[in-house]
Design a protein around this ligand. Structure first.
Ligand SMILES: Nc1ncnc2c1ncn2[C@@H]1O[C@H](COP(=O)(O)OP(=O)(O)OP(=O)(O)O)[C@@H](O)[C@H]1O
Length: 912
């Protein structure tokens, strides 16, 4: 820019300087307080302004000003914009060799502009050579020429009319420079390393060649290439070129950053600034600095005469090339009227008036503003689709369709072995077969057997279905994909099916492998018409996809699908058919010996000095109905109890406390009962205890307590019911009578009764109803079965049958009531003894009861006596429960599920 100014006519410069000094001493650009210039001065200034900017008007100018134009013209080298061939600089023209097409030598003035651009732009860090390297880059361009595009950009720099398309040109120029220099460096490097020469003739002091030598050097390299290739195969590859073509990188960096900086400043940074009409008038219009006004929509761009502005406001941004002021207008008509008035006031003749042109709003910025939000949205969508919820991209839109299955491999996560799974021997045998399928498929294929596709593992919660599937993966040593059925469910339709596809596709790639779908009922429910209006299409589509994928396996693929569910009855039949889930493995709560085995697994992991065999047996006897997860929890709880007591090892007492805690809840020592309440609770519990002692088929009593526990239990009696699979009418009646013992004892010992027996009544009613409606234990009703279904609106029986059911239920309960009352009247004294001892000691064990009541008049089961009263063991009685009844036996489940050993008795809530 400075060189440009230097070439201005000294006369005009002197004049403009005088004016500018005067103006700048009076005000800054921002202050609108301005003395107005007389019309004559304005006209002179304006003439000068127009003179500098508009070559067509040169003929109209006075002789003094006519000196400037030729100088200005000579300052800008003929660029390709004029269609002229690039002219080599005047000096040394003859010394320079011709350049390839598209390359030009820059004139000195152009180099000056380029230098200014580089100086204005960011400099290279010192470590890379700083300004010195900048200058070397210029030297190199001076010697080897530059791409034509660079010359055009330099020309634009002078006029300040840089557009977005010029940015493309700039990139092209940088690219050309970079590749030319890279080629040159490569050929220098080749000649240095392959010819073993020092820099050759025709190379500069850095060993680099000019573009004219480049071609020859390339040819030489090509010629030598064959020989070099064979040589390079024999000899180790040469070290990287010294400097590694660093110089050419600097050139690209220097020129690139200068141009990028200029693009940035001309488009974004201070490229324009808004002013008011008043500012325009006082600062520019009145001083004759405005060349042209361009109306763009509701804005007017002010094109200033750069030189005049520069001389008047030398330090102001207004003088910068490419900078524009603009102001907003209400309407074009109003603006024109205002401008007319202003020019009239200034006495500007019509021929000298400021030209006004009109443009549509199609600048880059308006485009950016228009399309910016859309571009942003598209970019955001693209980014989201790349990342997706699973992270790292996924199939389907936004990766939602990507399966969320966790992959475990034998080496990493699945360390579970069959030895960790106890108490389900039959299930283990079944599933072990899958391991052999995966390990030795040929053993089965040899005989023409098809490998099963999958197995459904069903059973109550916590019985070890997932554990068994993991152990299968651990034993077979194949990858294991674990996913929950609910993870297929998403709010978007089609996502579930897509995830299934993705899961199976991934599994196929890792075959042989195991897929485990836990809680498959989340997606595998029966497809009936019922859900038509509840948006089940997505679930059905997911199920259909599973069905399709499982059909799609061929027998050699060795992908085995295991699925776990608590509700096998709700699953779709298509899923269960052979060819999909071929095997149905039912995993029930463990039996007494199963529990003992599971206890052994977990007892091994804790510190205890107890005899393992006895301890595990006793704990198993105490925990009928416990699943594997409950047992694991009990052992852990015992360790916590022992730790709390600062014990060195876990003792039996800690385990028993843990079991009581798991079943009955925490002891609530803070709950203080009144003496009357305590007495009622004691007699209530004593009633139960006496019944349990003197009824033959009642469960053996272990402990009675009146310490409140858990949620609202003010007292409890602990029994060891053992594992029961079949129950007789008499057993049921004794159990009902024992359950009513609490209330009847209250009736017999107090003038009134309490609300504490509500839970007992519920149990008794449920048992009696099942006897009448399900188990055919009423002669009057006969062998009928009415399924209890809360969703059924219409009862499955007639009104008369309903009345008969009610009557029979009442009859049975009355019978149990009478049986209990007769006993408690007979044993009224014993009830009193037990209750009084309870009031003093709060807890009575089986030994206390033996002391008060004498030995129980009936033999206990072996499983019970073995662990709780050894001397009473009945010889020859098996401790193992009878085997489960076969389906043909008419019972597919125990009539009364094994109950926890604690009966909660008096409900605290209802006592208040
Ligand atoms: N037979 C068993 N042997 C050893 N540990 C068991 C056994 N069954 C359950 N467990 C313990 O219980 C935990 C929970 O079991 P798991 O998750 O396999 O039960 P699940 O049947 O899959 O339950 P859900 O139906 O609720 O998913 C296991 O991690 C394990 O610690």
């Amino acid at each position: 820019m400075s060189s440009f100014l230097l070439r201005r006519s000294t006369t005009s410069l002197a004049r403009t300087s005088a004016l500018s000094i005067r103006a700048s001493t009076r005000s800054s650009l921002r202050i609108s307080r301005q003395s107005s210039i007389p019309p004559s001065v304005w006209a002179a200034q304006r003439q000068r302004g127009r003179y500098y900017s508009d070559k067509k008007e040169l003929g109209n100018e006075n002789g003094a000003d006519k000196k400037s134009p030729p100088e200005i013209k000579s300052s800008s080298s003929p660029g390709p914009t004029d269609g002229e061939a690039p002219k080599p600089p005047e000096s040394g023209k003859e010394d320079k060799p011709p350049l390839p097409e598209g390359w030009v030598y820059l004139s000195e003035s152009e180099f000056n502009i380029l230098k200014t651009m580089i100086e204005e732009g960011p400099s290279l860090p010192n470590i890379l050579g700083g300004k010195e390297t900048d200058l070397r880059a210029i030297e190199r361009m001076r010697k080897n020429g530059v791409p034509k595009e660079l010359q055009e950009i330099i020309a634009k720099k002078q006029t300040g009319s840089f557009t977005l398309s010029d940015a493309g040109k700039a990139l092209k120029a940088i690219n050309k420079l970079a590749s030319r220099d890279a080629n040159e460096d490569a050929s220098n490097f080749n000649s240095k390393w392959f010819n073993g020469n020092s820099p050759q003739e025709g190379q500069d002091h850095d060993g680099k060649k000019g573009p004219n030598e480049q071609k020859a050097s390339e040819d030489t390299s090509k010629e030598d290439a064959q020989t070099k290739k064979s040589e390079s195969q024999k000899t180790p590859p040469p070290p990287p070129p010294p400097g590694g073509g660093k110089e050419s990188d600097w050139i690209t960096t220097v020129v690139g950053s200068a141009i990028a900086y200029w693009i940035y400043t001309s488009i974004f940074d201070e490229g324009s600034r808004e002013i008011t009409w008043q500012e325009l008038r006082t600062n520019f219009l009145d001083k004759g600095l405005v060349d042209k006004l361009v109306v763009i929509g509701r804005r007017v761009r002010v094109d200033l005469n750069r030189e005049a502005t520069q001389s008047m406001y030398p330090d102001n941004v207004a003088a910068k090339a490419g900078f524009h002021y603009y102001f907003s207008i209400g309407s074009v008509e109003a603006f024109e009227k205002r401008l007319d008035e202003a020019q009239q006031e200034l006495g500007i003749p019509p021929s000298e008036r400021i030209p006004v042109s009109y443009q549509g709003e199609s600048s880059f910025m308006s485009l950016l503003i228009g399309f910016g939000p859309t571009l942003l949205l598209v970019g955001l969508l693209f980014w989201m689709s790349k990342r997706g919820p699973g992270g790292g991209g996924g199939s389907g839109m936004f990766g939602f369709g990507k399966s969320k299955a966790k992959r475990f491999s034998h080496e990493s996560a699945v360390k579970t072995k069959f030895s960790d799974v106890a108490g389900m021997d039959e299930a283990k045998v079944e599933i072990m077969e899958f391991v052999s399928f995966l390990q030795k498929p040929e053993r089965f294929q040899r005989l023409g057997a098809k490998i099963p596709r999958g197995a459904i593992l069903s059973g109550p919660p916590g019985t070890g279905k997932t554990l068994l599937a993991k152990a299968t993966a651990g034993e077979s040593g194949v990858p294991f994909f674990s996913v929950s059925g609910s993870e297929f469910v998403e709010m978007f339709v089609g996502v579930g099916a897509s995830r299934v596809r993705d899961l199976f596709a991934t599994a196929r790639k890792s075959a042989p492998c195991i897929i485990f779908i836990d809680e498959i009922d989340a997606i595998g429910k029966k497809r009936d018409g019922a859900g038509r209006f509840s948006g089940n299409d997505e679930r059905e589509a997911t199920l259909n996809q599973i069905l399709t994928e499982m059909d799609g396996f061929n027998t050699s693929e060795q992908v085995i699908v295991l699925a776990g569910t608590n509700r096998p009855d709700t699953l779709d039949q298509a899923l269960m058919r052979p060819g999909r889930f071929d095997r149905h493995i039912n995993i029930d709560r463990p039996t007494m010996s199963g529990r003992q085995d599971i206890f052994k697994v977990y007892l091994k992991r804790v510190v205890t000095n107890e005899d393992m065999e006895y301890l595990s047996g006793r704990l198993a006897a105490l925990t009928p109905g416990f699943a594997g997860a409950d047992i694991a929890n009990c052992v852990n709880e015992a360790a916590l109890v022992a730790a709390r007591a600062n014990a060195a090892t876990i003792e039996l007492i800690h385990f028993e406390q843990a079991i009581e805690r798991v079943i009955g809840g925490l002891e609530r020592k803070s709950l203080v009962l009144s003496p009357e309440e305590k007495k009622t609770v004691a007699y209530h519990e004593a009633g139960h205890a006496i019944c349990g002692w003197f009824f033959q088929w009642a469960d053996p009593l272990l402990k009675v307590s009146i310490i409140p526990r858990g949620q609202g239990a003010l007292g409890y009696a602990q029994y060891a019911p053992g594992d029961v699979y079949l129950m007789t009418y008499r057993q049921l009646l004794d159990r009902m009578a024992m359950t009513l013992g609490g209330r009847i004892s209250e009736e017999l010992h107090f003038p009134t009764v309490t609300t504490g027996a509500s839970d007992d009544f519920k149990k008794v009613t449920r048992m009696a109803t099942a006897m009448v409606t399900e188990w055919g234990m009423s002669e009057k009703m006969g062998p009928l079965h009415f399924q209890k279904d809360d969703n059924q609106i219409v009862k499955p029986f007639a009104e008369a049958t309903g009345q008969m059911i009610d009557a029979e239920v009442r009859r049975i309960i009355d019978q149990a009531y009478k049986q209990c009352k007769d006993l408690l009247i007979e044993k009224k004294k014993e009830v009193g003894l037990v209750a009084e001892e309870l009031l003093t000691k709060e807890v009575l064990t089986r030994d206390d009861l033996v002391r008060i009541l004498g030995p129980r008049p009936f033999d206990d089961k072996e499983s019970f006596s073995k662990y709780f009263s050894g001397e009473n063991a009945a010889p020859g009685e098996s401790s193992d429960p009878p085997p489960p009844a076969s389906p043909s036996g008419g019972l597919d489940q125990p009539p009364i599920p094994p109950q926890p050993a604690i009966f909660r008795e008096v409900k605290g809530d209802s006592l208040r």
